[in-house]
Design a protein around this ligand. Sequence first.
Ligand SMILES: NC(=[NH2+])NCCC[C@H](N)C(=O)O
Ligand SMILES: [Mn+2]
Ligand SMILES: [Mn+2]
Length: 345
Amino acid sequence: MNTTAGTPRPDQKIAGIFGALMNRGQGKEGVREGPNAIREAGLFTQLKECGIRALDYGDVEIQAVASDDEWKKVKYCRTVASGCKQIAEKMELIIKEHGIPVMLGGDHAAAIGSIFGHASAQRQLHPPTGSSSSELHAPLAVLWIDAHGDINTPLTTATGNLHGCPVSFLLHEMTGYIPHDLPGFDWIKPCLTADRIAYIGLRALDQDEMYLMEKLKIKYFPMQLVDQLGIQECLKQALAAIDPKGVLPLHLSFDIDALDPSDAASTGTPVMGGLTLREGLQIAEFVHKTGRLSAMDLVEVNPELGTPHQRAKTTEAACAIISGALGKPRQGVPFPPGFELPLPA
Ligand SMILES: NC(=[NH2+])NCCC[C@H](N)C(=O)O
Ligand SMILES: [Mn+2]
Ligand SMILES: [Mn+2]
């Protein structure tokens, strides 16, 4: 290894990486092994090689709440709710310590906690000015990369899986759709308006989700638009919609199933016809380039699914996307300012 590798770049915030061992937002247990599989695939080494500083904040264990019976159709709502609360606290801690939290999932229900925690921290850093719009939403915008909309409500979900519902808990416009007596979730308050979230990669919206997207005028770029416009144009338009002035801290919530199963098969709800890894990397790099990445999720890696080869590809893709979002240049290892290659004496 050459001596420039690992030279920390002082201009950069430290990434605070933690595992959210959430596996009750859907039925496949192995997704709680996602964070360790991503670590084992070499995430920290890769970051270090590029001079990107990162700290491992350990894991948030999800404690099973006793007698967590289904509420109507919804499965494990008390367990998911209490896990998300801990995740929110972890996010706040990392942001208070001036880091960029990177949540490794776990299933996407964990994003209820990560985005709520991110929003609370931003609110504390930038208290509302008293205007009605600043009261309404915390200063942040969310880019949601996914095959799915994850905007089902506890009443409309067909599967009862909360990983298909996180966005409905976060939007002010959805308040009326969240039942008051849903056990465990009394702590969660919406923290975003629908104009602050955009989606890329969609190809499996449920009927009610499609209705909500249209009704709330959410900006979304399904796969056919990615094909028609190209990923760069989708990114430009998505960010212009959620952050027209280009000033907001950004939360990148990346579900690995946004990628095509040929690049990321080890995930619980794969859908054909997805983003290429290269499009995924362009998303990560685009967000990095704004200089406003403030937190990210990389969720739904389930190393117990697929062949060993598919598992290796999926975890490698996850590492590459995280590294890209944190500033790894795709061409290789960067050299620090002032570096000169020694000549032979
Ligand atoms: N985060 C995910 N992979 N979500 C998949 C959701 C699938 C389906 N729409 C559901 O609500 O159950
Ligand atoms: Mn998904
Ligand atoms: Mn998702």
